[in-house]
Design a protein around this ligand. Structure first.
Ligand code: ARG
Length: 459
C-alpha cells in the first residue's frame, strides 16, 4: 500500500531498501517536543486567522499534547513507513482526534516544519552550552583563586620559558571559554528567526500570520525569504563551528591535564572520581576523562566538515540531502555537552601540587629573562647585549650542572663586571612573577584582579 501521507499518486508502496534509506525517524524522534510545539503554534495561528475552526484547533492542540506524552512516556510506536517525526506525530494525531488532524498541515510543508523544529532544538543546545561554559568557567575561577600565587613553569615549545602562576594559567582558559560563550550568544541571536510559514519554498496563498507563530515560539522575527527559510542550514553549521572552536579549547586543556597528571610531571592530581584504574597494573591511575574529551572532539570537527560537505552543492530550495543535518548536529551536541561537564568535574576536583609546581618553576633557567631585564635596568646594557651576557651565564650554569641562582657572584662577575648581589633578588621565581605587573601579566595581584572581575561578570 502506498504512503498514507503522500501516496495519492502512487500505485505501489516503497521497496524495503527505499524505506530504509529514506527514514529518519530512528534519530529525528529527538525533535518530538519541538515538532509538537511548532504544530501547536501553527494550529493556534490558523484558527486565529479563521483558516481552521476553533474546535479543530483545540482538538489538534490537545491531541498533540497526548501524542507528546505518549512519546515521552516511551509508549509511542514509531513507524519507519511514516519516515520521520513529523509524519509519525501527525498520523498518531489522526488516530486520536480524527479528521481535524488533517487540517493541521494547511499552509505548511515538512520543509518549513523541519527547519523550525531543528532551529528550536539547536537553540536549546546553545542555551545548554551557555550553562555548561559558565559552570566550567566558575570551576576554573575556583582553581585560579586558590592558586593565584602558586608559581609554575610557563612553557613555549613545551620547553620551560618563564615562571607563571597557576592562577594565571587557569585564567587563560577562562578567557578562552568566555569567547566561546560570546560566540554561543552571537550564534543564538543570529539563528533566532522563524522559518515557519515559508511552506514548501514559495510561501502560501493562505492568509497566515508568521509574526504570530514566530512570537509564540520565542523567535525574534519570521525569516524574510521563504526560499532561504527552507534551504538554509547555516544556523546548524554555525552551531557546529562554535562547538568546534570550543571543543578545540577543551581538547587543549585535556591534553595539558594528561601531561600534568603523568608521573614525570606530577603537576596535578586528578580525583578518583575522574580517573580510572588498570586491570593489570595495580599502581595505575589514568586520566581517561581527559583523554576521551581530547578524542571525542574529533567527532565534533568531523560533524562540522560533514555538514559543510552535505550543503555545499545543494541548489535552492529543499533537497533531501538536508535530512543528513540532524545526526551530525545531535552527535556533536551530545559530545560537546558531555565534554563540558566532564571538564568541569575534573577541574573542580583536581589538586594542583604546589611544591612540585614550584620546584619545576625554578628549574630550567626559567628566570633568565629576569636576569637580562635586570642587566638592562641596573647596568644600562642594551637588551640584545644583556641577552648575550645572560646566555653566557646560562651556558656556565649548564656546564656546572646548577641553576642560575646557584652561580656565585664571582662566577657572574667573570662574565660581566657590573653585576652585584642585588641580582639574586630577581633570580627567585616568586620575585619573577610578582614583577610581571603589566596589565594581563602573571603577577598574583593581576590574577586576583581578573578573578574578581570575572566573578562579578558571572555572578
Ligand atoms: N525528514 C525530513 C528532513 O529531515 C523532513 C522534510 C522532508 N521534506 C520533504 N520534502 N521530503 O529533512
Amino acid at each position: 500500500t502506498s504512503n498514507q501521507m503522500w501516496g495519492g499518486r502512487f500505485a505501489a508502496g516503497p521497496d524495503a531498501i527505499m524505506e530504509a534509506i529514506n527514514a529518519s525517524i530512528g534519530y529525528d524522534q529527538r525533535l518530538a517536543a519541538q515538532d509538537v510545539a511548532g504544530s501547536r503554534a501553527h494550529a493556534a495561528m490558523l484558527a486565529k486567522q479563521g483558516i481552521i475552526s476553533d474546535n479543530d484547533a483545540e482538538a489538534i492542540r490537545e491531541g498533540l499534547l497526548t501524542v507528546l506524552s505518549e512519546i515521552e512516556g516511551g509508549e509511542f510506536a514509531f513507524s519507519t513507513a511514516l519516515e520521520d517525526i513529523h509524519m509519525n506525530v501527525e498520523a498518531r494525531l489522526k488516530e486520536i482526534v480524527g479528521e481535524a488532524a488533517g487540517r493541521l498541515h494547511t499552509a505548511r510543508s515538512r520543509n518549513d516544519q523541519v527547519a523550525t523544529d531543528f532551529r528550536l532544538w539547536v537553540r536549546d543546545q546553545l542555551d545548554a552550552a551557555e550553562t555548561g561554559l559558565v559552570a566550567l568557567m566558575k570551576a576554573l575561577l575556583g582553581q585560579a583563586e586558590a592558586g593565584a600565587d602558586w608559581v609554575m613553569p610557563g612553557f613555549t615549545h613545551l620547553q620551560t620559558a618563564q615562571p607563571v602562576t597557576w592562577g594565571h594559567h587557569m585564567m587563560a582558559y577562562v578567557e578562552m571559554f568566555s569567547r566561546d560563550l560570546s560566540r554561543v550568544r552571537d550564534a543564538r541571536k543570529r539563528m533566532n528567526e522563524s522559518p515557519l510559514g515559508a511552506a514548501a519554498l514559495a510561501g502560501t496563498g493562505f492568509d497566515i500570520d508568521r509574526h504570530n507563530t514566530a512570537e509564540a515560539l520565542g523567535f525574534d522575527a519570521p525569516m524574510a525569504n521563504s526560499l532561504d527559510a527552507v534551504s538554509s542550514r547555516d544556523f546548524a553549521l554555525e552551531f557546529l563551528s562554535v562547538a568546534s572552536i570550543s571543543a578545540m579549547h577543551l581538547s587543549r586543556m585535556a591534553e595539558e591535564l594528561v601531561i600534568w597528571s603523568s608521573a614525570q610531571f606530577r603537576f596535578v592530581t586528578l580525583s578518583d572520581r575522574f580517573s580510572t584504574g588498570s586491570s593489570i597494573m595495580p599502581q595505575k591511575k589514568n586520566p581517561d576523562a581527559a583523554e576521551l574529551i581530547r578524542a571525542k572532539i574529533g567527532r565534533i570537527f568531523g560533524a562540522n566538515v560533514a555538514l559543510m560537505m552535505v550543503m555545499k552543492g545543494l541548489p535552492l530550495a529543499y533537497s533531501k540531502d538536508m535530512q543528513e543535518d540532524k545526526e551530525q548536529v545531535f552527535d556533536a551536541a551530545d559530545n560537546w555537552m558531555l565534554a563540558l561537564a566532564a571538564m568541569e568535574g575534573m577541574v573542580k576536583d583536581m589538586t594542583g601540587n604546589k611544591p612540585v609546581l614550584e620546584a619545576a618553576a625554578s628549574s630550567g633557567f626559567s628566570t633568565a629573562t629576569d636576569l637580562a631585564d635586570w642587566l638592562v635596568r641596573e647596568t644600562g646594557l642594551p637588551f640584545r647585549d644583556a641577552h648575550h651576557v645572560t646566555g653566557s651565564l646560562v651556558a656556565m650554569a649548564e656546564k656546572k650542572g646548577c641553576d642560575l641562582p646557584d652561580l656565585t657572584l664571582e662566577d657572574m662577575q667573570s662574565v660581566h663586571g657590573n653585576i652585584d648581589a642585588s641580582v639574586y633578588d630577581v633570580l627567585g621565581v616568586h620575585n619573577s612573577v610578582a614583577s610581571r605587573m603589566s596589565y594581563g601579566g602573571t603577577a598574583p595581584e593581576q590574577v586576583r584582579k581578573q578573578v574578581a572581575r570575572w566573578k562579578e561578570v558571572l555572578g
